[in-house]
Ligand binder design. Structure first.
Ligand code: GLY
Length: 277
């Protein structure tokens, strides 16, 4: 990986969410990897409608969305979150953990290099591997999932970057019945982590910073634990998770509810479909 410059670039936080990349659904989407939440998408037209509604929800809530073309050779290309992570003036380009997905990265890397001039590009090299979907940020505290897609060498490279940036990294072991950390947890606000029973425990996150809390959801609402918090007390949540909805509404959040059924069939969650930068 590149060495970090001594001078930090302007801070760009994931939770600012002013701009996002999304990527259209490939004609080959029915062949997307599906081993956890889904058994494979069956209706590409519906998937595209759901994806459009997702993109519209971001746009209508103040996010400037750029849509990259689909790559017909990569059924999972809609899941851009795994391919790049923007952290405080740095673009981390991981080695995606599933070999079939490594070819999705170049157009995303090119876009970010062109639009984030002056940012430091940090390119991981094998044997390190990591999916962006294993990284969760809560202010200056980062969590990474050790999973089938993210190994210790990848975690070590992420730690080097975050240490350089003055951030703390904590590692959680992702159970074998889950794909990524963000498949089972999210930050609907800057001080809440939502996580499901049966997958993670509050203890696995360690002690929370002052004013932050972990809210556990019932195991059957695991998919609902992946949310996108937006400015203005808004949060996007998937349709069909009443405890998640009620809990977030009781916290004063305005829930934007999206049908993600076909995306879920490909093991994709809300955050999987965007990179905020
Ligand atoms: N289908 C998303 C993934 O397995 O990476």
């Amino acid at each position: 990986m590149n060495h970090w410059p001594d001078l930090l670039m302007a801070t760009v936080r994931l939770d600012q969410k002013s701009r996002a990349i999304v990527r259209s659904i490939s004609d080959s989407f029915i062949h997307a990897l599906a081993n956890y939440f889904g058994s494979g998408p069956t209706d590409i037209e519906l998937a595209r409608k759901q994806h459009q509604a997702y993109s519209d929800a971001l746009s209508q809530n103040g996010v400037a969305v750029t849509t990259l073309d689909a790559d017909q050779n990569h059924p999972d290309c809609v899941f851009v979150e795994d391919q790049a992570v923007v952290i405080d003036g740095h673009v981390l380009l991981p080695v995606p953990g599933h070999e079939s997905r490594r070819g999705e990265q170049p157009p995303i890397a090119d876009f970010l290099a062109e639009h984030l001039k002056g940012y430091q590009i940090c390119k991981m090299e094998p044997p390190a591997m990591m999916d962006g979907g294993d990284i969760l940020r809560l202010g200056n505290l980062f969590f990474v999932g050790r999973s089938t897609r993210t190994n210790d060498a990848g975690i070590s490279e992420l730690r080097d970057l975050l240490t350089h940036l003055g951030h703390e990294l904590r590692v959680l072991d992702i159970p074998s019945h889950a794909l990524h950390l963000t498949s089972v947890a999210s930050t609907p606000t800057d001080n809440i982590i939502l996580a499901p029973e049966g997958y993670l425990t509050p203890e696995s996150f360690g002690e929370m910073p002052e004013g932050c809390e972990i809210i556990m959801m019932p195991e059957e609402e695991v998919y609902g634990c992946n949310t996108i918090g937006l400015p203005g007390n808004k949060v996007i949540i998937p349709q069909g998770y009443p405890t998640v909805q009620k809990t977030l509404e009781e916290k004063g959040l305005d829930c934007i509810i999206l049908d993600m059924s076909q995306i879920r069939e490909a093991d994709g969650s809300l955050t999987c479909c965007s990179i905020f930068y």
